[in-house]
Design a protein. Structure first.
Length: 376
């Protein structure tokens, strides 16, 4: 059994952690990218995505014939959102660890062999990690439920708001005042409905339903942020509280717009509309540079989970810890982790072959032997 060295060695001998023991030569580490080069590439990616979205808005709205000029601020905000997401994602993927995760995920995604051996794996991973996020249930069922409320509420709101903002969806009435309406996508008639029917009510109140879901979920997390000691200790206002407050403001002002139009005959509608617009625009611009960016990062985890799942199917014998011989994970996954450590030039990639418990034990022993000698 080979133990990790207790002191740092510049060139570890064969068989010691830090030396490559996989029998294959280490992959060539790509030269580090300068921050300026990363920023240029990210800016170019953001500009390209923004231009593509503008073209999609123009042509999707039939050369702006279906575009509502009153929704222009929202459309402009989505263009900024597209630029920010592409910019931040490019910067993130430029990091060695994220780049390896990204490549390995897409390789597993497009693998014909994986699809042949496990055709249902990808749909199940998407449902598990993107849709129902079962990994959150292991922490707390209440947190999982609240997260689901926010997730599905935001997803419903985005599915309604974005196409309407871009002029892709239109609702028209032959009489000009209903109750018969037609929903058209890119100018093509999709469905006709009566505004006084259940379908019509759902069509025109989908955003209200989404707002109720989001408020319920955000209220739970706001309460937790004020009551839970662990959350209060580590939280940051701009990173943890601002996103929740923004979601609540958007949802509440959206509901108040409906309340004003139904019960107040439009009283205060203009002020509420401006307040709602400001909250939405701020949130859309905030998404790429705040906590909400994990929404964009999450799909990358699907590819990595697919890689782990297919590796387990191929290698029934998991790689065991070098100290306690308990199973860690599959050999391809551990080697991928070691490759990431080598890319980052960390110098201790062989520690990936130890389980978390043994890492803590060995670190504690090293502390006693070299920092607190003789202390028991």
């Amino acid at each position: 059994m080979t133990e990790p060295p207790q002191t740092v060695e510049a060139t570890p001998p064969p068989g010691e952690p830090g030396a490559h023991t996989t029998g294959a030569p280490a992959a060539a580490v790509p030269p580090p990218q300068t921050p300026a080069a990363v920023r240029r590439r990210a800016s170019l990616a953001g500009a390209v995505v923004s231009v593509l979205l503008i073209l999609a808005i123009v042509f999707g709205s039939r050369l702006l014939r279906d575009f509502d000029s009153a929704l222009l601020p929202y459309a402009v905000a989505t263009v900024f959102l597209a630029f920010g997401v592409a910019y931040r994602y490019t910067v993130w993927v430029s990091a060695p660890g994220a780049r390896r995760l990204f490549k390995q995920g897409w390789r597993s995604f497009f693998s014909v062999a994986n699809f042949r051996t496990a055709p249902t794996a990808l749909p199940r991973m998407i449902a598990t990690y993107l849709g129902f996020q079962k990994f959150l249930g292991a922490r707390s069922h209440a947190r999982w439920a609240a997260h689901q409320l926010i997730f599905w509420g935001c997803l419903l709101a985005a599915a309604i708001t974005f196409p309407l903002t871009w002029g892709w969806f239109t609702f028209t009435s032959a009489t000009g005042s209903g109750p018969g309406y037609e929903m058209r996508i890119w100018g093509f008639r999709i469905i006709g409905f009566d505004a006084l029917s259940i379908v019509g009510w759902l069509m025109f109140h989908g955003l209200d339903i989404a707002a109720v879901l989001v408020i319920a979920g955000a209220a739970y997390f706001l309460r937790r942020r004020m009551k839970d000691r662990g959350a209060v200790t580590g939280q940051r206002f701009a990173y943890d509280l601002v996103p929740l407050i923004a979601l609540v403001v958007i949802s509440v002002t959206g509901l108040l717009l409906t309340f004003s139009s139904i019960f107040l005959h439009g009283g205060g509608y203009e002020f509420l509309a401006i307040l709602h617009m400001v909250a939405v625009v701020f949130t859309l611009i905030y998404i790429p540079f705040g906590k909400f960016f994990h929404i964009v990062q999450r799909p990358a985890a699907v590819g990595m989970q697919l890689f782990k799942y297919t590796s387990r199917r191929k290698d029934e014998q998991a790689l065991t810890c070098r100290r306690c011989h308990e199973p860690i994970d599959t050999a391809p996954y551990v080697e991928n982790l070691r490759g990431t450590m080598r890319d980052l030039d960390l110098g201790f990639d062989a520690w990936a072959e130890y389980c978390p418990r043994c890492k803590r034990v060995l670190r504690g022993n090293a502390y006693l032997d070299h920092v607190k000698k003789g202390f028991k």
